[in-house]
Ligand binder design. Sequence first.
Ligand code: ASP
Length: 261
Amino acid sequence: MLDALEAGLVAAEDDPHLVAIGRGALPNSEGVIELDASVMVGSDLTAGSVCALQGILPAITVARWVMERTPHVMIAGQQAKRFAEQHGLKEQCLDTAESRARFAEYLERPEVKEKYVHTAHDTVTVLGNQDGKVTAASSTSGLGFKVPGRVGDSPIVGSGIYADDEAGCAGATGWGEQLWRACASYRTVRGMASGMSAQEACDETVRYMLRRLPGSREMACAVMAIARDGNFGAAVTQGTFPYWSWTGGEPQMHECSALEA
Ligand code: ASP
Protein backbone atom coordinates (compact mmCIF):
# COMPACT_ATOMS: atom_id res chain seq x y z
CA MET A 1 0.00 0.00 0.00
CA LEU A 2 2.78 2.43 0.95
CA ASP A 3 4.49 1.75 -2.40
CA ALA A 4 1.26 2.44 -4.29
CA LEU A 5 0.59 5.74 -2.50
CA GLU A 6 4.19 6.85 -2.98
CA ALA A 7 4.13 5.91 -6.69
CA GLY A 8 0.97 7.97 -7.21
CA LEU A 9 2.48 11.01 -5.57
CA VAL A 10 5.81 10.61 -7.38
CA ALA A 11 3.94 10.71 -10.71
CA ALA A 12 1.86 13.70 -9.62
CA GLU A 13 4.93 15.61 -8.42
CA ASP A 14 6.65 15.00 -11.73
CA ASP A 15 3.69 16.27 -13.78
CA PRO A 16 4.52 19.87 -14.80
CA HIS A 17 0.84 20.60 -15.50
CA LEU A 18 -0.19 19.99 -11.91
CA VAL A 19 0.62 23.47 -10.60
CA ALA A 20 0.20 22.87 -6.90
CA ILE A 21 2.70 20.10 -6.32
CA GLY A 22 6.23 19.28 -7.46
CA ARG A 23 7.58 20.35 -10.84
CA GLY A 24 6.14 23.61 -12.15
CA ALA A 25 4.24 24.32 -8.93
CA LEU A 26 3.42 27.79 -7.62
CA PRO A 27 6.50 29.35 -6.08
CA ASN A 28 6.92 31.36 -2.91
CA SER A 29 7.03 35.19 -2.92
CA GLU A 30 10.68 35.09 -4.06
CA GLY A 31 9.97 32.79 -6.99
CA VAL A 32 11.29 29.61 -5.41
CA ILE A 33 9.25 26.38 -5.35
CA GLU A 34 9.22 24.96 -1.81
CA LEU A 35 7.69 21.54 -1.22
CA ASP A 36 6.13 19.88 1.82
CA ALA A 37 5.33 16.14 2.00
CA SER A 38 4.47 13.51 4.58
CA VAL A 39 3.59 9.87 5.07
CA MET A 40 2.19 7.87 8.01
CA VAL A 41 1.65 4.14 8.50
CA GLY A 42 -1.20 3.11 10.78
CA SER A 43 0.13 -0.27 11.88
CA ASP A 44 2.83 1.24 14.10
CA LEU A 45 2.21 5.01 13.86
CA THR A 46 5.52 5.59 12.08
CA ALA A 47 5.69 8.79 10.08
CA GLY A 48 8.10 10.87 8.04
CA SER A 49 7.97 14.33 6.53
CA VAL A 50 9.91 17.09 4.86
CA CYS A 51 9.09 20.77 4.66
CA ALA A 52 10.34 23.81 2.74
CA LEU A 53 12.31 21.47 0.48
CA GLN A 54 13.87 23.22 -2.54
CA GLY A 55 15.27 21.78 -5.77
CA ILE A 56 14.51 18.13 -5.05
CA LEU A 57 11.94 15.68 -6.41
CA PRO A 58 10.17 13.59 -5.31
CA ALA A 59 9.47 15.19 -1.94
CA ILE A 60 7.28 12.24 -0.90
CA THR A 61 10.19 9.84 -1.31
CA VAL A 62 12.36 12.02 0.89
CA ALA A 63 9.56 11.99 3.50
CA ARG A 64 9.45 8.20 3.30
CA TRP A 65 13.22 8.03 3.75
CA VAL A 66 12.96 10.23 6.86
CA MET A 67 10.50 7.64 8.21
CA GLU A 68 12.45 4.57 7.21
CA ARG A 69 16.08 5.66 7.41
CA THR A 70 16.19 7.98 10.42
CA PRO A 71 14.81 7.91 13.96
CA HIS A 72 13.09 11.26 13.25
CA VAL A 73 9.73 12.42 11.94
CA MET A 74 10.60 15.64 10.10
CA ILE A 75 13.59 17.24 8.39
CA ALA A 76 13.31 20.84 7.20
CA GLY A 77 14.62 23.22 4.56
CA GLN A 78 18.25 23.13 3.46
CA GLN A 79 18.98 20.18 5.68
CA ALA A 80 16.16 18.21 4.07
CA LYS A 81 17.76 18.94 0.71
CA ARG A 82 21.15 17.81 1.99
CA PHE A 83 19.58 14.65 3.42
CA ALA A 84 17.97 13.89 0.05
CA GLU A 85 21.28 14.39 -1.76
CA GLN A 86 23.10 12.20 0.72
CA HIS A 87 20.57 9.48 -0.08
CA GLY A 88 21.09 9.75 -3.83
CA LEU A 89 18.77 12.41 -5.24
CA LYS A 90 20.25 15.19 -7.38
CA GLU A 91 19.34 18.85 -7.22
CA GLN A 92 17.17 19.87 -10.18
CA CYS A 93 15.36 22.93 -11.45
CA LEU A 94 11.64 22.59 -10.68
CA ASP A 95 10.61 25.70 -12.64
CA THR A 96 8.83 25.46 -15.97
CA ALA A 97 8.15 28.19 -18.53
CA GLU A 98 4.59 28.39 -17.15
CA SER A 99 5.65 28.65 -13.52
CA ARG A 100 8.14 31.40 -14.42
CA ALA A 101 5.40 33.24 -16.31
CA ARG A 102 3.07 33.02 -13.30
CA PHE A 103 5.78 34.48 -11.10
CA ALA A 104 6.47 37.29 -13.61
CA GLU A 105 2.76 38.12 -13.54
CA TYR A 106 2.88 38.23 -9.76
CA LEU A 107 5.84 40.63 -9.81
CA GLU A 108 4.23 42.95 -12.32
CA ARG A 109 0.77 43.00 -10.77
CA PRO A 110 0.88 42.76 -7.01
CA GLU A 111 -2.90 42.40 -6.88
CA VAL A 112 -2.36 38.99 -8.46
CA LYS A 113 -0.87 37.98 -5.16
CA GLU A 114 -4.25 38.29 -3.53
CA LYS A 115 -5.85 36.26 -6.29
CA TYR A 116 -3.29 33.49 -6.12
CA VAL A 117 -3.07 33.27 -2.38
CA HIS A 118 -6.81 32.79 -2.23
CA THR A 119 -7.33 30.58 -5.23
CA ALA A 120 -4.06 28.97 -6.22
CA HIS A 121 -3.13 26.32 -3.75
CA ASP A 122 -3.68 22.64 -3.71
CA THR A 123 -2.39 19.39 -2.37
CA VAL A 124 -2.52 15.79 -3.43
CA THR A 125 -3.44 13.69 -0.42
CA VAL A 126 -3.81 9.93 -0.79
CA LEU A 127 -5.26 7.46 1.69
CA GLY A 128 -5.10 3.67 1.57
CA ASN A 129 -6.71 0.79 3.38
CA GLN A 130 -5.68 -2.76 2.65
CA ASP A 131 -7.42 -5.30 4.89
CA GLY A 132 -7.69 -2.75 7.70
CA LYS A 133 -4.08 -1.61 7.42
CA VAL A 134 -4.22 2.12 6.77
CA THR A 135 -1.69 4.54 5.29
CA ALA A 136 -1.84 8.27 4.53
CA ALA A 137 0.45 10.46 2.42
CA SER A 138 0.44 14.01 1.13
CA SER A 139 2.48 16.31 -1.09
CA THR A 140 2.13 20.02 -1.82
CA SER A 141 3.87 23.25 -2.73
CA GLY A 142 1.53 25.01 -0.30
CA LEU A 143 -0.02 28.41 -0.82
CA GLY A 144 1.05 30.29 -3.95
CA PHE A 145 3.44 33.20 -3.20
CA LYS A 146 3.70 32.27 0.45
CA VAL A 147 6.34 33.83 2.70
CA PRO A 148 9.57 31.88 2.12
CA GLY A 149 9.89 29.13 4.69
CA ARG A 150 6.16 29.07 5.41
CA VAL A 151 5.01 25.54 6.20
CA GLY A 152 1.38 24.46 5.99
CA ASP A 153 -0.56 21.53 7.41
CA SER A 154 0.44 18.95 4.82
CA PRO A 155 3.75 17.79 6.34
CA ILE A 156 2.43 18.03 9.90
CA VAL A 157 1.40 14.67 11.31
CA GLY A 158 -2.06 15.11 12.83
CA SER A 159 -2.91 18.11 10.64
CA GLY A 160 -2.30 17.15 7.00
CA ILE A 161 -2.42 13.39 7.54
CA TYR A 162 -2.98 10.80 10.26
CA ALA A 163 -3.23 7.01 10.22
CA ASP A 164 -3.98 4.54 12.98
CA ASP A 165 -5.04 0.94 12.34
CA GLU A 166 -7.20 1.09 15.46
CA ALA A 167 -9.55 3.54 13.70
CA GLY A 168 -8.65 4.55 10.13
CA CYS A 169 -6.79 7.26 8.28
CA ALA A 170 -7.51 10.86 7.30
CA GLY A 171 -5.98 13.60 5.20
CA ALA A 172 -6.61 17.26 4.51
CA THR A 173 -6.27 19.87 1.82
CA GLY A 174 -6.99 23.58 1.73
CA TRP A 175 -5.99 26.49 3.91
CA GLY A 176 -3.17 24.96 5.89
CA GLU A 177 -3.13 27.42 8.78
CA GLN A 178 -6.76 26.64 9.63
CA LEU A 179 -6.39 22.87 9.16
CA TRP A 180 -3.31 22.92 11.35
CA ARG A 181 -5.02 24.84 14.14
CA ALA A 182 -7.82 22.29 14.12
CA CYS A 183 -5.45 19.28 14.02
CA ALA A 184 -7.88 18.25 11.31
CA SER A 185 -6.62 14.78 10.41
CA TYR A 186 -6.05 13.62 13.98
CA ARG A 187 -9.44 14.99 14.99
CA THR A 188 -11.08 13.03 12.17
CA VAL A 189 -9.32 9.78 13.10
CA ARG A 190 -10.33 10.29 16.74
CA GLY A 191 -13.91 10.68 15.56
CA MET A 192 -13.74 7.29 13.87
CA ALA A 193 -12.09 5.80 16.96
CA SER A 194 -15.08 6.97 18.98
CA GLY A 195 -17.46 5.06 16.71
CA MET A 196 -18.31 7.52 13.95
CA SER A 197 -18.27 6.50 10.30
CA ALA A 198 -15.65 8.17 8.12
CA GLN A 199 -18.29 10.54 6.73
CA GLU A 200 -19.59 11.44 10.19
CA ALA A 201 -16.04 12.07 11.43
CA CYS A 202 -15.23 14.33 8.44
CA ASP A 203 -18.49 16.24 8.97
CA GLU A 204 -17.70 16.65 12.65
CA THR A 205 -14.23 18.06 11.92
CA VAL A 206 -15.57 20.52 9.34
CA ARG A 207 -18.39 21.66 11.65
CA TYR A 208 -15.86 22.17 14.43
CA MET A 209 -13.73 24.29 12.09
CA LEU A 210 -16.69 26.37 10.93
CA ARG A 211 -17.64 26.97 14.55
CA ARG A 212 -14.23 27.60 16.06
CA LEU A 213 -12.28 28.92 13.08
CA PRO A 214 -14.74 31.05 11.10
CA GLY A 215 -11.90 32.05 8.74
CA SER A 216 -12.07 28.56 7.33
CA ARG A 217 -15.21 29.62 5.43
CA GLU A 218 -13.10 32.01 3.35
CA MET A 219 -10.89 29.43 1.69
CA ALA A 220 -11.88 25.80 1.27
CA CYS A 221 -10.63 23.38 3.90
CA ALA A 222 -11.39 19.73 3.17
CA VAL A 223 -10.88 16.53 5.11
CA MET A 224 -11.29 13.00 3.83
CA ALA A 225 -11.06 9.70 5.62
CA ILE A 226 -11.21 5.92 5.33
CA ALA A 227 -12.30 3.95 8.37
CA ARG A 228 -10.73 0.68 9.39
CA ASP A 229 -13.57 -1.31 7.83
CA GLY A 230 -13.25 0.56 4.52
CA ASN A 231 -16.14 3.05 4.69
CA PHE A 232 -14.97 6.45 3.51
CA GLY A 233 -16.09 10.07 3.22
CA ALA A 234 -15.09 13.70 2.90
CA ALA A 235 -16.33 17.14 3.94
CA VAL A 236 -15.45 20.74 3.06
CA THR A 237 -15.90 24.18 4.61
CA GLN A 238 -16.57 26.10 1.39
CA GLY A 239 -17.68 25.37 -2.17
CA THR A 240 -17.48 21.83 -3.44
CA PHE A 241 -14.71 19.29 -3.08
CA PRO A 242 -14.12 16.53 -5.63
CA TYR A 243 -12.32 13.37 -4.61
CA TRP A 244 -11.74 9.93 -6.05
CA SER A 245 -12.02 6.45 -4.61
CA TRP A 246 -10.73 3.18 -5.96
CA THR A 247 -11.94 -0.11 -4.59
CA GLY A 248 -11.04 -2.19 -7.67
CA GLY A 249 -12.21 -1.65 -11.23
CA GLU A 250 -12.61 1.93 -12.39
CA PRO A 251 -11.87 4.86 -10.04
CA GLN A 252 -15.01 6.68 -8.91
CA MET A 253 -15.32 10.44 -8.57
CA HIS A 254 -17.31 11.90 -5.69
CA GLU A 255 -18.14 15.44 -4.71
CA CYS A 256 -19.15 16.92 -1.38
CA SER A 257 -20.59 20.39 -0.75
CA ALA A 258 -19.87 22.86 2.02
CA LEU A 259 -21.55 22.17 5.36
CA GLU A 260 -23.24 24.64 7.67
CA ALA A 261 -21.68 25.14 11.11
N1 ASP B 1 -2.87 22.65 2.64
C1 ASP B 1 -1.89 23.23 1.77
C2 ASP B 1 -1.10 24.25 2.53
O1 ASP B 1 -1.70 25.07 3.22
C3 ASP B 1 -2.47 23.88 0.54
C4 ASP B 1 -3.65 23.20 -0.07
O2 ASP B 1 -3.96 22.07 0.24
O3 ASP B 1 -4.32 23.80 -0.90
O4 ASP B 1 0.10 24.26 2.40
